[in-house]
Design a protein around this ligand. Sequence first.
Ligand SMILES: NC(=O)C1=CN([C@@H]2O[C@H](COP(=O)(O)OP(=O)(O)OC[C@H]3O[C@@H](n4cnc5c(N)ncnc54)[C@H](OP(=O)(O)O)[C@@H]3O)[C@@H](O)[C@H]2O)C=CC1
Ligand SMILES: O=C1O[C@H](COP(=O)(O)O)[C@@H](O)[C@H](O)[C@H]1O
Length: 514
Amino acid sequence: MATAELTINPEDLSQVPPSNLRIPEPTVVVIFGASGDLTKRKLLPALFHLEQAGLLPKEFAIVGVARRPLGNEFAEDMRNGIVEFGSVPATDAKLEEFAKKIHYFAMNFDDAAAYSRLKTELDSVAKQHGIGGNRLFYLSVAPEYFTEIISNLGAQNMAKPTDGSVRAVIEKPFGHDLESAKELNRHVNSVFAERQIFRIDHYLGKETVQNILVFRFANGIFEPVWNRNFIDNVQITAAETLGVEGRGPFYEKAGALRDVVQNHVMELLSFVAMEPPMSFESQSVRLEKLKVWQSIPPIAMENIVRGQYGPGSIKGEAVPGYRQEDRVDPNSQTETYAALKLGIDNWRWAGVPFYIRAGKRLAKRVTEITVQFKQPPMLIFNRGGVGDCGPIQPNVITIRIQPDEGISLRFGAKVPSTQSMAVCPVTMDFDYAKAFGKSTANGYERLLLDAMLGDQTLFAHRDGVETTWALYTPVLDAWANKKPQTFPNYVAGSWGPDCADELLAKDGYTWRKL
Ligand SMILES: NC(=O)C1=CN([C@@H]2O[C@H](COP(=O)(O)OP(=O)(O)OC[C@H]3O[C@@H](n4cnc5c(N)ncnc54)[C@H](OP(=O)(O)O)[C@@H]3O)[C@@H](O)[C@H]2O)C=CC1
Ligand SMILES: O=C1O[C@H](COP(=O)(O)O)[C@@H](O)[C@H](O)[C@H]1O
């Protein structure tokens, strides 16, 4: 893409309330896919945490929509989910009150006639709770239902606000390649204006991800060295120990590049690499992210590798290979691991390699970013002697996204000795939990609240989505045309395939040991 402009209509500008109070207007939150895993494990616990923190309006209701005839069972099930996944004591007094705000409406998403009944139901729930016309539609559904639901909301005049705001939150994946993403965006935009659309990437809800911007732009000492003059290379790792967890059919069509790299990892990369935005407001932040992605040249095929796990063990437990997982093709060619090198051709980053790796069934669950600095131009100390640690290690800033959230800086220190100037690497460490206490938030709190407030800063814009797809679609096409010969090529519980190590070895680097 040649331009670095967001396609913004004046009417697309999100209406962010000027106040810092951040309490949304009375709203009915409508969750499509309400009996699903995401609703129970993440969305309802997050909404309850917001209620506990006094961040929801008094007039508030949730309407879950799914196929099964659940009735009152739904509120009970959600209540149990909040206790289990939200670390909430079953005796919490607010839980009882909150459960009264949870409703359920059974329908099939394919049933066009059911949407007018849904509309009537929403109006009735709104009236019961003293809510006007504000609606937040959350599409927590498989992607094949996105267009169906959106068309029907449009057809029933449910997408245009009459006396309030109407917004739609869409879960990933936003398409499976550039063309499908464009098509989806065209369709969504034919019903909802861009300012009504909240494409969620739950990584942006993580405190540690938002903290990348605070680390860079609320401190004076890092930004002057945050560029090609001082930084040698950047590594981003998104490693999971989990396999596909019963999501075989979904993952077969996705793979690591689509599932995690094109979205979550690219969001991390944009926060590390972007220029300081004019302000922390949606158009400024999203524009700077877009400029980063637009500055990435096409990825050369020799700079990207893929892998698939075979049987192995995780934490001492034997686990099956990917091809043996439930509802996975025994000859599957889907990658469960990807590693690549990319560049960012702008004044700040030209010549600095960014190495990315992401995969399932790896040795450890860890997402982190390491920024490695250049070595000092010369060394004035006589090395060796008591306690010397060998070759000088470069300075590294490590941003630990999860699970051990924090930031550390590695630098060389003098080893105490009266005779020598021996140097060893030491670290200064910031630990999120120690500094601020352990949080029970799952990231969706912030995003749900922002969506209700109409603040799009931490949501994906259509131009950003299409730009990242433009980058990865040629790779996906090339991979589809050239079957991998060596799958499975890494053992579950290892650090991935040898080809990923070779990718860095070509440049004289190794992956950081985690
Ligand atoms: N789970 C997770 O951790 C994450 C999920 N996501 C995304 O969130 C979305 C939802 O995921 P998840 O909750 O795991 O999905 P699930 O498969 O667990 O849930 C799907 C939901 O959709 C409903 N549904 C399916 N077909 C129909 C239909 N024809 N009519 C009415 N209801 C229907 C199901 O209802 P019923 O039970 O009645 O059939 C169920 O409530 C997906 O897009 C996924 O990619 C994104 C990040 C993480
Ligand atoms: O979107 C997804 O993300 C999860 C990883 O999220 P995390 O917050 O646990 O890091 C991944 O497991 C899943 O396959 C993918 O769809």
